[in-house]
Design a protein around this ligand. Structure first.
Ligand SMILES: [Zn+2]
Length: 382
């Protein structure tokens, strides 16, 4: 993400550091800040609380806008703190009008890590919103401070909306990362999951834009315009981050990546031999299985090595006791070419190789039959 963000040409406005992390605001905030303060002080507050002086409305309006900004920041800091807990650094935080982006140093290496980092943002917004509502109830219910009460309720609502919007399941939103983590957990393929989450994100952007256009023309133009702008920004962000990251990951013709089998099974090293034989081998017939966890290869399980194990040992022994620990001839890089794969398959005595991406994550498996079938590149290029 950080590489992709640095490609955005206009550098966001630097504001300072929180917890050692540089905080920046995207220029889309510049017109939004005064507009927001104006809307609060000239429309929302006078409607709900009469009789204040003009300057008092303005002070409250600016105060509300600053807290709104602070709410978005709290959301991003939640991501940053969780990223740190998961062993990733945070390069910087950039705030956009509808939320922010914490650019991580490196990618989460497991689905569960990505899930946790993504989900804490909306969770933080939901809690912040709840806190504002609770403060209003505890301090102001039944009092005559109508303007203050309105400010707190508004901030509660904004934070809940922030949580609700960001959890929509499409990239580049947090919900998109949650979706990718879930897909990745099941299909073990980061790129395929990213592609699906990008498609979901484009669909959400399109729906927001169409809904916005309808609203703009037929109902109320401000809400409509707002929705259209957010749809457009989502597409721009997608183009500059995820999609280009995928684009940079070009699949070469004749590479292992084109030929490999993407739907494969990884066996957990802690599984007992009995669980494997009864639960997995029943349904998935193969002569060798990659053993790994969190997308990392631990070794290979060969059916031939299981045969001599007496059945009374099946419950006691774990897969890691009977597998062959990982060694060079077991795996190949996704960008290697077919000749290299063929040579490896012919000599490694396993009959298949595990395909790893440049980060060492398992992305596929390749057997001799995959080479012979010679599927056309186009079938896998998308
Ligand atoms: Zn977020």
């Amino acid at each position: 993400m950080s590489k992709a963000l640095s490609r955005i040409k206009v550098r966001p406005l630097y504001l300072g550091r929180v917890l050692g992390i540089p905080i920046r605001a995207h220029y889309s905030w510049l017109p939004v800040f005064p507009l927001y303060a104006w809307a609060i002080s000239s429309s929302l507050l006078p409607r709900e609380a009469h009789g204040l002086a003009g300057w008092q409305y303005w002070v409250l309006g600016i105060f509300t806008t600053a807290l709104m900004f602070g709410s978005v920041l709290a959301h991003e800091l939640a991501h940053a703190v969780m990223a740190r807990a998961e062993g990733l650094g945070t390069g910087s935080i950039t705030l956009y009008i509808f939320g922010g982006l914490a650019s991580l140093e490196g990618q989460p290496s497991t689905p569960s890590s990505e899930f946790k980092i993504a989900i804490v943002g909306p969770a933080a917004s939901f809690l912040t919103g709840t806190l504002f509502f609770a403060l209003n109830q505890a301090l102001l219910a039944g009092t005559t401070h109508l303007a203050f009460a309105q400010v707190l309720r508004h901030l509660g609502l904004i934070n809940w909306m922030l949580a609700g919007f960001n959890i929509l399941p499409g990239l580049p939103l947090d919900g998109g990362r949650v979706l990718r983590a879930i897909l990745w957990r099941f299909n073990k393929n980061y790129y395929e999951s990213t592609r699906m989450a990008v498609r979901a994100g484009l669909t959400i952007a399109l729906v927001l834009f169409l809904y916005g256009s309808y609203f703009f023309i037929f109902v109320e133009w401000i809400t409509g315009l707002w929705s259209m702008i957010i749809g457009l920004i989502l597409v721009l962000l997608l183009k500059s981050s995820e999609a280009s990251a995928l684009g940079a990951h070009k699949i070469r013709r004749g590479s292992v990546e084109v030929l490999m089998n993407r739907s494969f099974l990884t066996i957990d090293p802690d599984l007992s031999v009995r669980e494997f034989i009864d639960g997995i081998l029943e349904k998935h017939r193969a002569i060798s299985f990659p053993v790994g966890r969190g997308g990392r290869l631990h070794g290979m399980l060969l059916l031939a090595d299981l045969k001599p194990v007496p059945s009374e040992e099946w419950s006691r022994l774990r897969i890691q006791d009977v597998m062959r620990p990982v060694e060079q001839p077991m795996f190949i890089n996704a960008i290697a070419d077919e000749a290299e794969a063929r040579a490896l398959l012919g000599t490694n005595g396993i009959g298949s190789v595990v395909v790893l991406d440049s980060d060492g994550m398992i992305v596929g498996q390749l057997g001799l039959k995959d080479l012979k079938s010679g599927r056309p590149a186009a079938a896998h290029a998308k």
